[in-house]
Design a protein around this ligand. Structure first.
Ligand SMILES: Cc1ncc(COP(=O)(O)O)c(C=O)c1O
Length: 419
């Protein structure tokens, strides 16, 4: 017998749903499929041997600490290291007390929503936006105010308009959730002018800023921009970092940097969630940070992912028909493609799956399922030869589809690039 579970669920839980995109990833991870869908780091780049060696040493010399519970806020060593690194690199001027270690930055997002959101609180999000961030806000019943992006990130003119409209109705937003560098899913980077503008708006209209930066260190071209946190004069910015893309995601380690008043409340929320983050992972990461291993590893990742990004962009230029447009990210894992109307990304995807190629259609990254002709392509996981083969196959499908809809051969031959 199964209980009728719905009658027991809280109102909050009744509104929760699994991400459709994550369910879809399972389909595309079949070994015979060339997948641009998942957006995971490349497992081929995981430093397995170095990790094994370090774990062995840890078990011989420090198992008593590495396998024990630890403080909820994270190990003092790792927090001190991160505070010094962030201060040295100009990302945030932080002390140990400003840092909370989390089980990945996703936990940081969940805890922040838990302590900040009442049901119905207004939240600004990027559109299209990161599904994990949107999911956390949804689970705590935030009221979404999606703001479109362009090549320079969030459209601050539209944000300002929306803020003014909210104010006229006597309402305020609680926070804006941003991925300023190489955004998931578009690859866009928020320009410096817009970073400053958002901070000015936050001061004027009194809202917080969540700056989620898991890809920031994976820059392949262009110049680094100052973090929102480093430009913040009032302590409004809450910064999220992660070791998932720069080291390995399976260790589930991220961190939050924020004013101590907020960190204290996060610690209380985390105590009820998991007591503490993984002690073994924290010691492993700390030793791989302090001996310089992770910095060197990031350098090598930048070289390898840059090669994949370049391959993807040049294959799109070669094989995609005119009328398709795509972003040219300076870092991260993602290229965002817009197919010419009336092509629908979901229909193209079904055809692509028949020929063993996968990507994610864009609608799931929108709060209201818009973006029917958009798609996200991750270059991080596929092997270099798969990137070329997969996009050549897809290009053929796109040419066929455009031809069947009456576009002439000549029109369909040349692709258009956008930045
Ligand atoms: C923008 C963004 N934020 C957060 C996360 C979650 O990362 P973590 O593995 O640190 O929880 C991801 C993962 O893909 C992401 O793309």
């Amino acid at each position: 017998m199964t209980l009728a579970w719905e009658q027991y669920f809280s109102e909050r839980a009744l509104g929760m749903k699994a991400s459709g995109i994550r369910e879809f990833f399972k389909l595309t991870e079949r070994p015979d499929i060339i997948s641009f869908a998942g957006g995971f780091p490349s497992a081929a780049f995981f430093p397995g041997e170095a990790i094994m060696g370090r774990l062995q040493e840890m078990m011989e010399g420090e198992a008593d600490i590495a396998l024990q519970y630890g403080p909820t806020e994270g190990s003092a060593q790792l927090r001190q290291y991160l505070a010094a690194k962030m201060t040295r690199e100009g990302i945030a001027s932080a002390a140990e007390e400003d840092i909370l270690i989390t089980n990945g930055s996703q936990q940081g997002l969940d805890l922040l929503c838990k302590i900040l959101l009442n049901p119905g609180d207004a939240v600004f999000v990027e559109e299209p936006g990161y599904v994990g961030g949107l999911g956390a806000i949804h689970n705590y019943q935030g009221d979404f105010h999606p703001i479109p992006l362009d090549g320079d990130g969030l459209r601050t003119d539209l944000l300002e308009r929306e803020l003014a409209a909210l104010a006229r109705r006597g309402r305020k937003a609680k926070f804006v959730y941003l991925v300023p560098n190489f955004q998931n899913p578009t690859g866009a980077t928020l320009s410096l002018l817009r970073r400053v503008k958002i901070l000015e708006l936050a001061d004027k209209y009194d809202f917080l800023i969540i700056e989620d930066n898991p890809y920031g260190e994976l820059r392949y071209s262009g110049y680094p921009l100052p973090s929102m946190k480093s430009l913040d004069r009032e302590g409004r910015v809450i910064y999220l970092g992660s070791f998932s893309k720069t080291f390995v995601p399976g260790i589930r380690l991220g961190w939050v940097v924020a004013d101590q008043g907020l960190v204290h409340r996060l610690i209380s929320a985390k105590q009820g969630t998991d007591l503490c983050s993984n002690s073994l992972s924290q010691r492993l990461v700390y030793s791989c940070c302090t001996n310089g291993f992770i910095d060197d590893h990031v350098q090598s990742l930048v070289e390898k992912y840059r090669e994949k990004r370049d391959l993807m962009l040049s294959a799109m230029g070669k094989y995609f028909p005119r009328g398709c447009a795509w972003t040219r990210p300076n870092g991260g894992f993602f290229v965002w493609v817009t197919f010419p109307e009336p092509l629908k990304a979901r229909e193209i995807l079904l055809k692509a799956l028949e020929r063993k190629v996968a990507f994610v259609d864009g609608a799931g990254f929108y709060v209201n399922e818009k973006g029917e002709n958009t798609a996200r392509f991750a270059f991080s996981e596929a092997k270099p030869e798969e990137i070329t083969t997969g996009l050549e196959r897809l290009g053929r499908i796109l040419h066929e589809e455009m031809k069947s809809r009456g576009h002439s051969e000549g029109y369909a031959k040349k692709a258009k690039k956008v930045s």
